[in-house]
Design a protein around this ligand. Sequence first.
Ligand code: PMP
Ligand code: GLN
Length: 414
Amino acid sequence: MAAMTSSASSAPAPRPALNRRLAEFGTTIFAEMSALALRTGSINLGQGFPDTDGPEEIREAAVRALRDGRGNQYPPGPGVPELRTAIVDHQQRRYGLTFDPDTEVLVTAGATEAIAAALLGLLEPGDEVVALEPYYDSYAACIAMAGGTRVPVTLRPSDGPGEGADEAGGGRRFRLDLDELRDAVTDRTRLLLINTPHNPTGTVLTRQELTAIAELAVERDLLVVTDEVYEHLVFDDAEHLPLASFPGMRERTVTIGSAGKTFSFTGWKVGWVTGTRELVTAVRTAKQYLTYVASGPFQYAVAEALRLPDSYFDGFRADLHRKRNLLGDGLRAAGFEVYQPQGTYFITTDITPFGEKDAYAFCRALPERCGVVAIPNSVFYDDPDAGRSQVRFTFCKKDDVLHEAASRLQRLAS
Ligand code: PMP
Ligand code: GLN
């Protein structure tokens, strides 16, 4: 009855619709910046999606599946057998990793659902998750939804060119401080959330770094969720090494892949998880109450895509390598500091050479100044100072679009 007698001014504030776990999350930066690009008619080098669809024969495979009535009704919960087998064969062929298609593979609605289901299935409230910062935005939201606590370990630009400096400028690149990683692990740590090749920095973790991560995971008995959606996008002398292939890791690692990045069909939302039966069962238990299943006919098409010859994967990589150099040259000429990526289809830059420090303000103003949209990396950090002046551009666009963007960005130089 107290509420009825208290004055209006002391009434408690109405409870917000959004729960406390998600209160810090607004609209994703990708949606915000793509809307800005549309509104201003700018070239969108923000959200990472190709402006050319993947192979024609794979599109045709999807059409055939639709027409033949394959996947038009709910596919099996773990994914269609053709795709699960193709995923297993791909892991075997590329990395020598062996999985049972019936119990150790799960098809998901993109890597996004795989991340969500892995964290919801593996974490208890209060568990700590050590994640590399800057982190892909859904990690923070999914850790929060699972009731976990994120503990970032910040990747920082190296002082020198580092391992694998290449023809296109060497330059500084982001490195993982292994001591910082060790120090981040506590008795409450349940899992390490790793991403290599890494979005947004383009860093590809080296054998030495991965060995140290694996040793730490074994020593502290941690699970590892590793997001390897850019596994096929590595350049120069960098090599993608799956964490699951390191000693002691197969039994503690959930590996996430996606057709969106590898085959340029980001709208199809076909992703997957591989791991031990126990781990995959945990992920599937959460996943079955998220979407249950998705993308039926596309699953058949992706099964065919994973069986494309090496020439497809090599050609795709060579094409993006060239585009990386094209955009990187344009960004350097415009005056950005460029952190040379060895993987993904993103370039992280620094705007300090322009006398500017606030990436968010810079990105909001960029359409008006140049007709180009980019992503402020600052939103991918818990430590706002660490990424305040970083801006990310994607190069998965047609050459003429990249040329035009580079020429527009020259306006910053004048
Ligand atoms: N992980 C990373 C690192 C990404 O960059 C993305 C976005 N492409 C995803 C996961 C989500 O992938 P998907 O589109 O398959 O859900
Ligand atoms: N992964 C894409 C990127 O980093 C965006 C995907 C999304 O919009 N959720 O640009």
